[in-house]
Design a protein around this ligand. Structure first.
Ligand code: ADP
Length: 473
């Protein structure tokens, strides 16, 4: 597996970057340097954006069905490398290998592979009276992605952007960047025309910023922190660039008084701790009836403390390390803050889990009797930290769930499906599951409020990459 990368992918070729600096990639389990990538600069960004701009017209002229078929070939290429990719992402990120295989590599190939079908469900041309309404690509797309589901987030942007006829420059996260190089090997094998897809790696403030600001970029699509999203919003506003943002979350899991507590709490904990809590849709606020608090505490403590933490390559491990020393520090600070603000620590804490002194491990941590106003209930922690928050009645639960700057995801549990659905409809989030409803890769994904705007995945995700033109006849 190649982990020493010294070239960028620009204008259909692997190309030497203009700068000579490299960025190291660390394995968060061993704390060893496992590879390196080029630190691109503004000149590299300029070359890549110009290549994408030059390629635009010819790519747009390729029939959409052919573009979608090329994406389906990318899916085959990713499948052929699934084992290697899962090993690589497990090493870069620390997610347990079985989950890396399913989510981190299975999902991206599903996304690329779904493009012919998604396209067939989209009306490229329609009529309104004398208006012929046509969908056209937005132009050059700058895709800036984070480290937590690295290839999935790249696929959610690249597959629909390319299918819609846009050309793309990708700036992946510098923390888990190696999988992007493998994807670009596949894109190269599939044979996209020169300039249609480009890869420039480096840090956010250097490469990401230069890319977003480039005058030939027509659209920015970003997944990451709300702080960076806000900054990119300002950059986009200057040139009135199109913008899609998928940002943070602080999702509520409402467990109503008639729910099966054991099932709901167990499911909620696994969805809070997925990827060691480094998941934007993590169900980090568990809202439970006051009258059931003791029972819930008991179940939560048992389930959380039984989660196996350790080497992500080891079978049966549920939580690997956090991605970096910085991330662990941030999470530990939040745990300290939770204690300082008076929440009751049921299990976990800031000390490393027993026997895991090497690697950025954090104990699965559960707070109870948490006030929804407290820092740990309002801010996104991005670590394995659950807050149990009591409510008086259903109306209070809805009020607490909506009392958040975010609006990405959520869940409702009830013994009565109709009641759960009714509550789900009152929660201001882009997605919400009812009684454990399973993840749907074709369903629209994105946020209300400060969780962002725009939708990814399926037909809504493709729609995001089109401009709409009315031709009056
Ligand atoms: P995270 O906490 O997920 O790392 P960030 O928002 O910092 O969230 O990073 C997400 C992506 O945004 C990464 O690819 C990062 O390099 C990039 N990024 C960070 N700062 C900027 C910036 N000022 N301009 C453009 N991109 C940025």
């Amino acid at each position: 597996m190649e982990t020493e990368r010294d070239q960028l992918y620009i204008d259909g070729n692997w190309s030497v970057p203009s700068g000579t600096d490299n960025l190291e990639v660390e394995n968060p389990t061993t704390q060893e340097v496992m590879g390196s990538i080029p630190q691109g600069d503004a000149q590299d960004v300029d070359r890549a954006v110009r290549a994408a701009h030059s390629a635009l017209h010819d790519w747009w002229a390729v029939p959409a069905t052919e573009r979608a078929a090329m994406c389906a070939k990318v899916a085959e290429g990713l499948q052929a490398r699934q084992g290697e990719l899962a090993d690589l992402i497990t090493s870069e990120l620390g997610m347990p290998h079985m989950l890396s295989t399913l989510i981190q590599t299975g999902l991206p190939s599903l996304t690329f592979g779904s493009m012919p079908e998604v396209l067939s469900q989209t009306e490229i041309e329609s009529e309104i009276g004398n208006a012929l309404v046509v969908r056209e690509p937005r132009g050059v797309v700058a895709a800036i992605t984070p480290w937590n589901y690295p290839l999935h987030q790249i696929a959610l942007k690249l597959a629909p952007a390319l299918t819609a006829g846009n050309t793309v420059v990708l700036k992946p996260s510098e923390i888990t960047p190696l999988n992007a190089f493998m994807l670009f090997e596949v894109l190269d094998e599939v044979g996209f025309p020169k300039g249609v897809v480009n890869l420039v790696t480096g840090t956010g403030p250097v490469v990401g910023q230069a890319l977003a600001e480039h005058p030939l970029v027509d659209m920015i699509t970003f997944t990451g922190s709300t702080g960076t999203g806000r900054r990119l919003g300002e950059v986009a506003a200057r040139d009135v660039k199109r913008l899609a943002l998928e940002l943070g979350g602080k999702s509520a899991n409402i467990i109503l008084d008639d729910a099966d507590l054991q099932r709901a709490v167990t499911d909620g904990i696994s969805k809070c701790f997925l990827n060691s809590g480094q998941t934007c849709i993590a169900l980090t606020r568990m809202l439970v009836p006051e009258s059931k608090l003791d029972e819930v505490n008991q179940i939560a403590e048992n389930v959380a403390s039984a989660q196996k933490v350790g080497d992500p390559f080891e079978e049966g491990v549920a939580l690997g390390p956090l991605v970096s020393a910085d991330q662990r520090e941030r999470v530990r600070n939040y745990i300290d803050k939770g204690v300082a603000e008076g929440a009751k620590l049921l299990t976990g804490g800031t000390e490393a889990p027993a026997g895991l002194d090497t690697g950025y491990f954090v104990q699965p941590t559960v707070f109870t009797n948490v006030s929804n106003d407290s820092t740990i209930a309002q801010e996104e922690i991005f670590g394995p930290v659950l807050s149990i928050i009591p409510f008086r009645d259903e109306a209070h639960a809805v009020e607490l769930a909506n009392d958040s700057p975010y609006g990405l995801a959520g869940a409702v549990w009830s013994g009565d499906d109709a009641r759960a659905l009714d509550v789900a409809k009152r929660i201001r989030t882009g997605q919400i599951e009812v009684n454990g409803g399973s993840f749907n890769p074709a369903a629209p994904f994105g946020g209300f409020k400060q969780s962002g705007h725009g939708r990814e995945a399926g037909v809504f995700g493709l729609e995001e990459f089109f401009e709409v033109k009315a031709i009056l006849r």
